[in-house]
Ligand binder design. Structure first.
Ligand code: SAM
Length: 303
């Protein structure tokens, strides 16, 4: 972009349009913030962050730094996962007094694998207004750049940290036909890929969306069978932030098949193949023999 183009952007009428819109008082504004690239904040978000009486945030240092990048400074209220309920009361009290309050998380959209949902629930239950200001979310950015063609996705977020619970969670997702969207912390990416490889067939496509919007952004798609080699090919890969997308299960006929498969996978985490097939037949009304065959396949894929 030339200098002339960037100064034209600074003068665009849309910037003053944001200022002229209506921003009711006694309202909680849910403001999405960038997931890496600070320039990804919206015009409306900046306007609201500049006008609210206070910003409720996960970490006052992070949010203070973000605000200062835009020449803003606002009183802040610490609102993290350990104090959401108490802070909700404080926010409700201030909103009832006619204030405008913004809620942000450290990065991306509040309430999406981040604190915020309890506060929003309490504010709505108190009959107060909640207005979302949409923006960055790592899940949506990853889906949009994945090239996985599927109109449906299933947001999983973080898998359980403990191996047994993680395996059970993945088994329960085996028959899901929607694209699976996982968040993973850098130090657990190897464990996550190992767990996926232990449960899902090696031919399933996976997409790693790493360090989105940042300097070392990488988006890599490969069959699950090749995923561990890719992650371990470069020591830096175990350091970045990841969204992992897993291609959905192939359509197997009617809609009931996916549900039967889901139930079978859950049961297989706890029972023998024979017991799982028998219980799944009782739950779904499907033929035990067919379920037994499918259970053997699932076990085979997982082994
Ligand atoms: N609320 C956020 C959102 O809307 O995306 C997610 C917050 S969650 C605590 C953090 C996780 O989001 C990370 O562990 C990673 O899985 C994902 N994430 C956040 N920023 C990312 C980025 N720039 N690139 C890839 N994944 C990212």
């Amino acid at each position: 972009m030339t200098e002339q183009q960037s100064s034209t952007i600074a003068q665009l009428p849309v910037l003053s349009e944001a200022a002229q819109q209506s921003y009711p008082t006694a309202t909680l504004y849910i403001v999405a913030t960038p997931i890496g690239n600070v320039a990804d904040i919206s015009v409306r978000a900046l306007h609201v962050l500049g006008m609210v009486d206070a910003v409720a945030c996960e970490d006052t240092r992070n949010t203070g730094h973000l605000l200062s990048r835009f020449g803003l400074s606002r009183p802040m209220i610490a609102a993290h996962q350990h104090n959401e309920r108490e802070v909700a009361d404080k926010i409700i009290h201030r909103l009832q007094a006619g204030e405008r309050i913004a809620l942000v998380s450290d990065a991306g959209t509040p309430g999406v694998s981040d604190p915020g949902a309890r506060i929003v629930d309490a504010v709505r239950a108190a009959g107060l207004r909640v207005v979302p200001l949409p923006g960055a979310s790592a899940a949506i950015a990853a889906i949009s750049a994945s090239g996985l063609v599927n109109d449906q996705f299933h947001f999983v977020g973080f898998l359980p940290a403990k191996a047994k619970q993680r395996e059970a969670a993945l088994l329960a997702l085996l028959g899901t036909s929607a694209t699976l969207v996982l968040y993973e912390a850098p130090h657990r990416i190897v464990d996550c890929v190992a767990a996926l490889a232990a449960v899902f067939p090696p031919a399933r496509q996976v997409v790693f969306a790493r360090e989105l919007t940042k300097l070392f952004e990488e988006i890599h798609r490969c069959p699950l069978g090749q995923a561990m080699a890719w992650v371990q090919a470069d020591a830096h890969r175990e350091k970045g932030e990841f969204v992992v997308l897993v291609e959905g299960a192939p359509a197997t006929g009617d809609a009931g098949d996916a549900e039967a498969e889901r139930i079978l996978a859950i049961l297989l985490a706890e029972c023998s193949v024979k017991q799982a097939a028998s219980l799944a037949a009782q739950i779904t009304g499907r033929k035990k023999n067919a379920l037994y065959e499918r259970a053997l396949q699932i076990k085979g894929d997982a082994g």
